[in-house]
Ligand binder design. Structure first.
Ligand SMILES: CC(C)(COP(=O)(O)OP(=O)(O)OC[C@H]1O[C@@H](n2cnc3c(N)ncnc32)[C@H](O)[C@@H]1OP(=O)(O)O)[C@@H](O)C(=O)NCCC(=O)NCCS
Length: 209
């Protein structure tokens, strides 16, 4: 897959990057702190993943003509821009890395491939009411998983359970946007809309405003 860059609005963009195609020396844009973090990653595949995700942010920012500010992680693992402007979210899976940026609003993104075994995992991340409308379909399960991960990353705090605290409204394969909310926590009644893109076996979801 070639790098895909999508301008969502004047304030937001996403990019999907092929991890194996990231070249060794494409790191000049990284901040000093990021270069240090990169040099501390010992596993070469992890290093490529990390780099591909940051390059994806760079491509997304380029597409809306914003400079790359550098990013740091908080105690929950969520990345924040070093200049305090804008929000970012990252994901990587099976050779692909993706990132989304929004200038004004928190965002979450997730990329997954459809797997049969997700049906067995269902009761671990789904509420019984969700299991009812997902019809034992691995694609729908993967979309539900991915949408919940995007909401989780958008809210950003550890301790929020996909099963107990994130509830999705019924959706079908035709729906391009899913509605969900956080419940039973200090952050109850935060409502989210999640955009869904399916390409073959690949499921991409991200929060929208
Ligand atoms: C943190 C979590 C969302 C990461 O998801 P993942 O599928 O393992 O990995 P992805 O590649 O999609 O995402 C990784 C990125 O998530 C981001 N991330 C990690 N913690 C985060 C947080 N608290 N908030 C927002 N983003 C976060 C990081 O940027 C990371 O990339 P990086 O390490 O290159 O910086 C996931 O491990 C998690 O905790 N999920 C929810 C908890 C849960 O209920 N799990 C059990 C269900 S059975």
């Amino acid at each position: 897959m070639q790098t895909k860059i999508e301008k969502i609005s004047a304030l937001s963009a996403l990019a999907i990057n092929n991890i194996q195609e990231v070249s060794e020396n494409e790191v000049a844009f990284l901040s000093f702190r990021e270069k240090l973090s990169l040099s501390n990653i010992s596993h070469s595949e992890k290093m490529k993943e990390w780099k591909a995700a940051r390059l994806a942010i760079k491509y997304a920012l380029d597409s809306i003509s914003l400079p790359y500010p550098g990013f740091y992680k908080d105690e929950h693992g969520k990345s924040h821009s070093m200049d305090g402007y804008g929000y970012v979210s990252l994901t990587h899976t099976k050779g692909l890395a993706a990132a989304i940026f929004h200038k004004d609003m928190p965002v979450g993104i997730d990329l997954d491939f459809v797997r049969e075994k997700i049906l067995k995992l269902g009761p671990k991340f789904l509420d019984p009411s969700e299991i009812e409308f997902l019809n034992n379909d691995p694609l729908l399960y993967t979309i539900a998983w991915s949408a919940k991960e995007s909401i989780y990353k958008c809210q950003g705090r550890k301790g929020i359970s996909l099963k107990e605290n994130i509830l999705l409204k019924p959706f079908s394969i035709e729906d391009k946007v899913i509605n969900g909310k956080i419940r039973l926590s200090d952050f109850s009644d935060h409502f989210y809309q999640v955009k869904v893109q399916v390409e073959g076996e690949m499921v991409l979801t991200y929060t929208i405003w």
